[in-house]
Design a protein around this ligand. Structure first.
Ligand code: GAP
Length: 442
């Protein structure tokens, strides 16, 4: 169903996100911290619901298990992975206004004239210098070179260095996968577009270990799986596409790579990467650690380094996508609706007594108590019923329950659908099953 019909969607999403408690600026009372965001009551629920869907998608199958590796890892990990040497962006500074740019973002004419695109000063740009995107820190009390470590720039490496532990304890045989959700940090030169590109973010990564020679088939398999996942989130397929990396765009570790892209208000951008990483990572860790990472295939009595197919998605970016895609201006009824898939909606139902008297609040509170063990609900008796529903439409709440005077007589309520506005009268005792059924059927 087509949804987002708005112009200036980003401004509207940022404003709605704050108004309804999805996302706040970090450290706001101190003036905020650039590109850092805090997730409010509705935001954390939406983010958790997306994460849960991803986690279930990955781990509710026999060949994938989970892992939660440490953010801080041995510094040699990042030498082996190639991040110390090559996780860099060429960066250019303006000596006049001190703005910093990615060299790749500057138009050729500005580069040639060394003219700053921000302040316009000619000859003020420095030469490009490589800037490593990893956050450096020190472990222990000494701030010397021996104590240097990094905040991980991707969660993947925690999986590679644990793959034998995990395979052994889980008695998994190739092909198998390891899934992980966790924070990653990149000192991005140009963060922006709200929560699209930030310096601290959450990745949802799955590394699938396969026999060399079977990698191309598995790469195609995972491409399709990941596409389907975005459809399950309710995202409009017309706004999704694959963008395959050509030979010149491939990362140093990849034999093949594709991005799942979404058409954001600021253009087509990457949502997730699917990569055929070959045995690059395991070869490097074997070399740098001095430990054998060979896999023993006891059916065929052969040893080899598995190839890895990686699916790497950003949780915050997925949340932004879901919100943009769901944003709908219902001009006919003069309301803004976040048409979130009911499974993702932070709150599933609002319970409203029509008036604050005549025993209706008591019935509504009883319904709230009955429903809450099954799914998140809220109670609202402030202002007119129309205003209450419009508040919840913006928050993406799919169902509204109204308790009226008839409820006292025959123990029935009305159930309102956020998108169609259809109202159905049904017994209070039928609410849990009906809402669960509607969520399943959505
Ligand atoms: N392990 C492979 C890897 O990290 P990537 O393409 O650099 O690949 C994967 O990142 C995903 O992580 C991206 O598609 C994006 O969704 C998310 N991501 C990367 N950098 C991000 C940032 N600065 N802010 C928010 N999300 C980011």
């Amino acid at each position: 169903m087509p949804k987002n019909n708005a112009t200036n969607t980003m401004d509207k999403i940022v404003s709605l996100a704050k108004r309804r408690g999805f996302v706040f600026q970090s450290s706001e009372i101190y003036g905020g911290l650039n590109s850092c965001w805090d997730y409010g009551p509705l935001g954390v629920e939406l983010k958790n619901n997306i994460e849960k869907m991803w986690w279930d998608e990955m781990t509710l199958r026999p060949d994938i298990v989970g892992l939660d590796a440490s953010i801080l890892m041995h510094p040699r990990v990042w030498e082996a992975s190639g991040h110390v040497a090559s996780f860099t962006d060429p960066m250019i500074d303006c000596k006049q206004c001190k703005m910093r740019f990615k060299a790749d973002d500057l138009p050729p004419d500005k580069l040639e004239a060394k003219q700053c695109p921000h302040c316009g000063t000619k000859g003020s740009l420095t030469d490009a210098r490589n800037f490593n995107l990893m956050f450096k820190t020190f472990m222990g009390p000494l701030e010397d070179d021996a104590a240097v470590t990094y905040l991980r720039p991707e969660t993947a490496q925690g999986i590679y260095v644990n793959y034998q532990n995990v395979a052994t304890v889980s008695r998994l045989k190739v092909p198998f996968g390891i899934a992980q959700v966790g924070k990653a940090f990149r000192n991005e030169i140009t963060p922006g577009n709200f929560i699209f590109r930030t310096r601290e973010f959450t990745q949802m990564e799955m590394q699938f270990f396969v026999k060399p020679g079977e990698d191309e088939t598995w790469f195609e398999y995972w491409k399709e799986q990941r596409w389907n996942f975005y459809l399950k989130l309710g995202i409009n397929p017309d706004k999704l596409r694959f963008s395959d990396h050509g030979p010149n765009d491939l990362a140093h570790y990849a034999k093949a790579a594709t991005d799942v892209e979404y058409e954001f208000p600021f253009g087509w951008k990457e949502l997730e990467g699917v990569h055929n990483r070959t045995d690059f990572d395991l070869t490097r860790h074997q070399e740098f650690s001095g430990k054998s990472l060979l896999y023993f295939d006891d059916a065929n009595k052969e040893r080899y380094l598995p190839y890895i197919i990686e699916t790497s998605a950003g949780l915050n970016r997925t949340m932004l996508t879901v919100m943009i895609d769901a944003y709908w201006e219902d001009t006919e009824h003069d309301r803004i609706v976040l048409k979130l898939h009911p499974r993702l909606a932070p709150v599933k139902a609002v319970i409203c007594p029509l008036v604050k008297k005549d025993g209706l609040p008591e019935i509504a509170h009883q319904i709230e108590d009955d429903l809450r063990p099954h799914f998140p609900v809220i109670y609202d008796q402030q202002s007119s019923i129309g205003k209450r529903y419009y508040r919840q439409d913006e928050a993406g709440t799919p169902y509204g329950i109204t308790v009226d005077h008839q409820s006292q007589e025959d123990k029935t309520v009305t159930l309102r659908d956020r998108d169609t506005l259809a109202q159905e009268r049904l017994p209070i005792t039928a609410l849990v099953d009906e809402i669960k059924k509607r969520m399943n059927d959505a």
